[in-house]
Design a protein around this ligand. Structure first.
Ligand SMILES: C[S@@+](CC[C@H](N)C(=O)[O-])C[C@H]1O[C@@H](n2cnc3c(N)ncnc32)[C@H](O)[C@@H]1O
Length: 259
């Protein structure tokens, strides 16, 4: 075993996140449009930066059904696909398990700990689910000479947030990490190289329900901690004729020496 996971240390929140994704695992790939786009964009970004360094293990945090896995796994190079949700991992295993050099493990990325540092850690649109995404990303960067990831940023979906703010409320969407805070935490590790880009990904939804479904149907609908649901009829009315909204996505690669 190359890694240690601590299921007994999982918080109720982490268990709820795992259950939400698990419930939707079988149909996740049909609805994961933003995730499929970001997986491709992250893989392209990694390639533009010269690819994943070294020849040793690549470990993926939050592989889901394997949208990034299938793009980054290369025959002959060991690749460990991990996810908090056993059901998501099982979908990944069913789709990609016949490939050689690919192994699977249930793992809470917040507790990742490898006996031998992986040559690279990769992750697509997952670390926003950590209790502290900024500290979690910096923690992953400490475990490897190369961390390549994407994460949605604060400032995403502003039209939705504004509709709730006008009602004097905050939406149930996850609070997302600030770009500056993520980059500052990674800079503090004194990397040999830190490269990033931010994409503003515009999406159209026919109405508010379709927007909410884009989270619900992939299991990404655990509301932010402390959210108490109440009627959202004014929000539904406001977007009855459609909602154009933007996800801000950070693609980043950090290279460190001396591990
Ligand atoms: C939005 S999905 C992205 C999945 C995949 N990376 C993709 O691009 O399709 C988020 C994934 O993160 C997993 N996840 C959530 N919290 C996690 C954690 N603390 N550690 C590892 N995986 C986690 C979920 O189970 C889910 O599979």
């Amino acid at each position: 075993m190359t890694l240690a996971d601590g299921p007994s240390l999982r918080s109720p929140r982490t268990l709820a996140v795992a259950r939400s994704f698990g419930r939707r695992a079988r149909h996740y790939a049909e609805h994961a449009h933003l995730q499929r786009h970001a997986a491709r964009a992250l893989a392209d970004f990694v390639l533009e930066q010269g690819g994943l360094p070294g020849t040793g293990l690549v470990a993926e945090i939050g592989c889901g059904t394997g949208l990034l896995t299938e793009l980054l796994h290369q025959p002959g190079r060991p690749y460990l696909a991990t996810d908090l949700s056993p059901e998501m991992l099982e979908q990944c295993r069913q789709r990609l398990g016949r490939r050689g050099d690919l192994s699977f493990a249930v793992l809470d990325g917040q507790q990742a700990c490898f006996a031998i540092p992986p040559a690279a850690i990769v992750s697509n649109l997952t670390c926003q689910w950590f209790a502290d995404p900024v500290a979690g990303l910096a923690g992953l960067a400490r475990l490897t000479p190369c961390l390549a990831f994407s994460v949605p940023l604060s400032g995403s979906f502003p039209e939705w947030e504004a509709a709730f703010a006008e009602l004097g409320r905050t939406s149930g969407l996850l609070p997302l990490p600030e770009e500056g805070e993520v980059l500052a935490a990674l800079e503090a590790l004194r990397p040999a190289r830190l490269v990033h880009r931010v994409e503003a990904r515009r999406q159209h939804f026919p109405n508010a329900l379709a927007f909410a479904d884009s989270f619900r149907l992939i299991g990404a609908d655990q509301p932010r901690p402390g959210y108490s649901p109440s009627a959202i009829r004014p929000v539904l009315r406001r977007f009855a004729d459609g909602l154009d909204t933007t996800a801000r996505i950070l693609y980043c690669m950090i290279m460190r020496e001396g591990l």
